[in-house]
Write a protein that binds this ligand. Structure first.
Ligand code: NDP
Length: 283
């Protein structure tokens, strides 16, 4: 019997996940279809109930339900509990199990596309929202030496650093604000710089991330989470200073690949998925 996979969110029409997953399912000739579901907040609980009845066995969860969905699940993975959000659910033996593959997706992008293992390295992480939490937790679990959280709202960054510092003992966590003096100093110490804010998307200019060209060094690896556009102003600036760069499509790709493995038990064809995403992003 055909099985169904999907993604829930609101809005959902711009999601690249259906194209990416269906390309992989087709390549591997698996009898699944992946569908986008626009679900309004008052229908979230009923939607999950309906999924069970309809043999929808795996679902990605995106904005605004990554936290809200947690209260309807039977079990939550250790990583997802640490991150405090879910992006993948799997119906197994009649139970919904929640995972978060964003962090591992980020890590695979760093390792497989960036050739960098974060163990023992210092990271300057911009942002303290959901994506930054996933990145910080995964970097912590991977034994990064230090993670410095730079957030526009300093207090939020400080709260996150304190929380994760209390939960992950292998990494030290600190927070700084967006002041040029602090950022210049942190750029000197960091080996990996990650943007986990929406700055760089078409509507938000680079001015809102106060970094200067002369602070970048060729030893830096600069990682974007934004993937529309593929080459953000931050990546262009880093590249022109000779730094290595990674664009946000890598994390999108590998978080999807990890979800696919959970649902199907198969290693997906990564390059087929990557091509499907890039074809859309380059349009
Ligand atoms: P959240 O809304 O949870 O967090 C946003 C963060 O960005 C906050 O720290 C916020 O700071 C900061 N921020 C927002 N606007 C600005 C601004 N104008 N200037 C400076 N800082 C700003 O969003 P997410 O964490 O879910 O997503 C962040 C980005 O990561 C998005 O662009 C999203 O598309 C991308 N993403 C990419 C993924 C991928 O697979 N590549 C996966 C998940 C997310 P403050 O606390 O001050 O409000």
């Amino acid at each position: 019997m055909k099985k169904y996979l999907g993604i829930i969110g609101d809005p959902i029409e711009h999601s690249l996940s259906p194209i990416m997953h269906n390309a992989a399912l087709e390549k591997q000739k698996l009898d699944y279809i992946y569908l986008p579901f626009q679900v309004t907040p008052d229908n979230l609980k009923d939607a999950l109930k309906g999924f069970k009845a309809l043999n929808i066995v795996g679902v990605n969860v995106t904005i605004p339900y990554k936290v809200a969905v947690m209260s309807y699940l039977d079990q939550i993975s250790e990583e997802a509990a640490l991150i405090g959000a879910i992006n993948t659910i799997h119906l197994k033996d009649g139970k919904w199990i929640g995972y978060n593959t964003d962090g591992i997706g980020f890590l695979r992008s760093l390792r497989e596309d960036g050739g960098t293992d974060p163990e023992g390295l210092r990271v300057l992480l911009f942002g303290a929202g959901g994506a930054a939490r996933a990145v910080a937790v995964q970097l912590g679990l991977s034994k990064a030496k230090e993670i410095v959280i730079a957030n526009r709202t300093r207090k939020r960054g400080e709260d996150l650093a304190k929380e994760l510092g209390g939960k992950i003992s292998t990494t030290s966590f600190r927070a700084v604000g967006f002041t040029p003096g602090e950022l210049k100093e942190e750029m000197k110490k960091a080996q990996i710089i990650v943007n986990a804010t929406p700055v760089g998307m078409k509507s938000i200019t680079q001015k809102e991330l106060p970094l200067k060209l002369e602070w970048f060094r060729p030893e830096h690896l600069v990682v974007e989470l934004v993937y529309r556009p593929l080459k953000t102003p931050l990546l262009k600036m880093a590249r022109s200073a000779g730094a290595s760069i990674l664009s946000g499509e890598g994390m999108l790709l590998y978080q999807g690949a990890e979800a696919y493995k959970i649902w199907t038990g198969m290693e997906p064809p990564i390059e087929v998925m990557r091509r499907a995403i890039l074809d859309q992003l380059k349009k």
